[in-house]
Design a protein around this ligand. Structure first.
Ligand SMILES: [Fe+2]
Length: 238
């Protein structure tokens, strides 16, 4: 567990039936976690959430939030286990996690400043699922930071409508995005929306003068380093 992938980015491990990663991001004294996979207990007595809890305490860090790259079960199943271990830590996701007409309705959305003030774990949640408070953001980019180092959550549907890519320290965790040409688009995301997602990422980099040089699939089965992002994004357009 805790494999160094890039400066400030560790892979806690790969969990669940289809092996999705849990990612640990840190800078200075602040940290964040990405993904809540289904966790199949095989021989382990301790869950990754217990291990992370001990690790964060030992390192004396502040866990600012957890997020997930999309609402599919292999990324968002252990929400209640996470909440059980970290009841004070906000679970922050894009509002389009709840697009299904059978889902609960998103009441309020939150801005980066709300996260900064530490009020998300106390105030009205955006939705409550099985008594677990969840906090939603709206729009394309949620711009926050860990101890001053920028961290962007980019709503960018391509694999699914709730896709949220995570950009930190020049690296991007690309959810379950198909990279390269020939995307089978299994979940039938509208083509216009895919173009828009690609444009959002390119616009973010251009607007911030931010270079993304590495790309990691969230299942941690693909690591591309020294990438030409623009070229890669153009290749993967429908
Ligand atoms: Fe997945």
């Amino acid at each position: 567990m805790f494999e160094d992938i890039a400066p400030g980015i560790q892979l806690v491990g790969r969990f669940g039936r289809v092996k999705a990663g849990i990612w640990f991001l840190r800078h200075g004294t602040e940290c964040a976690i990405v993904e809540m996979p289904d966790i199949v207990d095989e021989d382990d007595i301790q869950t990754p959430w217990d291990t992370l809890h001990e690790y964060i305490l030992r390192k004396n860090m502040y866990l600012k939030f957890i997020t997930a790259t999309h609402e599919h079960v292999d990324h968002f199943y252990s929400v209640s286990d996470f909440h059980g271990t970290f009841p004070e830590v906000p679970i922050l996701v894009h509002r389009d996690f709840f697009l299904d007409p059978n889902d609960v309705e998103v009441q309020t959305t939150y801005k980066p400043a709300d996260l900064e003030e530490g009020t998300l774990s106390l105030e009205d949640p955006s939705v409550e699922v099985e008594d677990i408070p969840l906090y939603c953001f709206d729009g394309e980019v949620f711009e926050t930071h860990l101890s001053g180092e920028p961290l962007y959550l980019v709503h960018a549907p391509k694999h699914s409508l709730s896709d949220t890519l995570v950009v930190f320290r020049g690296c991007m965790i690309t959810a379950d995005w198909w990279l390269g040409s020939g995307d089978p688009n299994y979940n039938q995301v509208p083509v216009g929306q895919i173009h828009n997602s690609i444009n959002t990422i390119l616009r973010l980099c251009k607007g911030k003068n931010y270079v993304i040089h590495a790309i990691f699939s969230t299942h941690a089965n693909e690591f591309r380093r020294n990438v030409n992002l623009e070229e890669l994004m153009e290749q993967t357009r429908p």
